[in-house]
Design a protein around this ligand. Structure first.
Ligand code: DOR
Ligand code: ZN
Length: 347
């Protein structure tokens, strides 16, 4: 019989998908990410979106200026792909070390995606250039046809868009972001060297029942929406396998509480305050703490062709209470698992 160790030390992890926002909201949430992660892939869905290298340079400087004193954190920037993006803008931004990757939002799929891509054909010249250069494409993988059931949008996107795209452009390196289904996990696991997926802490811990438990729970609403239990179990198997195709991406997406607790609440779950602790809990439950470092700290850099972090981080099995809010006043955000007792704690 094996017993769970009381602490675990791993290379410092990275968050391969996060929303840091801008201005006062960024200043409120950034310390949560910087306390645990060495680097993060920063989503470009600001208003207006980060579509140029110049905009990304400015945004990166604002993030760095907002870091708490002594924080050791590097933001990795992404370009927001639109129908109008020029291949040259991406090529130059990548060569200059500004763009680590490019994000594809299908138009109207999610928060601030109105400027997203209306049809894959419109961005094919950009994707061909990225394939030639090895620039990763990060995909919000949901079909946007309103006829498609919200719980089927990821699986339909894989069949109707992702598979044809990869057949046309097999060299393109793709991260299917925040996967939520068994179909996605199976597809990525067997998809070869040029595909990987991020998995969030919340999709590993809740299924769709949680969104409606005793009433509607706006803080558990995100896109892609949580699916039924069999999908959560498939994601947990994928993450805990240590397989190189899967790595940590929180998709932490803060929205001020009143914009979620509303007649039409925003999509997004804010996990940065509790993410690493929750992931560790999942790996403990799976008896896979020995594979936690692969998922959190090794597989991501390998796919992105970056060095792994040299620093270490220790998590202890020591109960603590997750914060009930982050930020003040109108911008206060409700963290995932707010006020609940968590088993693991970053030392
Ligand atoms: O739930 C989500 N929130 N999904 C996304 O894709 C975007 C994000 C946000 O920016 O709030
Ligand atoms: Zn996201």
């Amino acid at each position: 019989m094996t017993t769970t160790p009381v602490q675990i030390t791993i290379r410092r992890p990275d968050d391969w998908h996060v929303h840091l926002r801008d201005g006062a909201m960024m200043r409120a949430v950034l310390p949560c990410t910087a306390r645990q992660f060495a680097r993060a892939i920063v989503m470009p869905n600001l208003v207006p979106p980060v579509t140029t290298a110049a905009a990304a340079v400015g945004y990166r400087a604002r993030i760095v200026a907002a870091l708490p004193a002594g924080a050791d954190f590097t933001p990795l920037m992404t370009a927001y792909l639109t129908d109008e993006t020029e291949p040259q803008e991406i090529a130059r931004g990548h060569a200059d070390g500004v763009f680590t990757a490019v994000k594809l939002y299908p138009a109207h799929a999610t928060t601030n995606s109105a400027y997203g891509v209306t049809a894959i054909d419109k961005v094919m010249r950009v994707l061909e250039r990225m394939a030639a250069l090895g620039v990763p494409l990060l995909v919000h993988g949901e079909a946007t046809d309103p006829e498609v059931d919200i719980f089927d949008r990821e699986a339909v996107f894989i069949d109707h868009t992702l598979i044809p795209l990869r057949r046309h452009l097999p060299e393109l390196r793709i991260v299917l972001e925040h996967i939520t289904t068994q179909e996605a996990a199976d597809y990525v696991e067997h998809g070869g060297d040029n595909i990987a997926a991020t998995i969030t802490a919340h999709h590993l811990t809740i299924n769709r029942n949680a969104i409606f438990q005793g009433g509607i729970r706006p803080h558990l609403y995100c896109l892609p929406i949580a699916k039924r239990e069999k999908h959560r179990l498939a994601l947990r198997r994928a993450a805990a396998s240590g397989d190189r195709h899967f790595f940590l991406g929180t998709d932490s997406a803060p929205h001020a509480a009143p914009t979620k607790e509303a007649a039409c609440g925003c999509a997004g779950i804010f996990t940065a305050a509790t993410a690493l602790e929750l992931y560790a809990g999942v790996f403990e439950e799976k008896g896979a703490l020995d594979r936690f470092e692969a998922f959190a700290s090794l597989n991501g850099p390998a796919f992105y062709r970056l060095l792994v972090n040299e620093e270490r981080i220790t998590l202890r099995r020591e109960p603590w209470t997750a914060p009930s809010t982050i930020g003040d006043g109108k911008l206060a955000v409700h963290p995932f698992r707010a006020g609940e007792t968590l088993r693991w704690r970053v030392a």
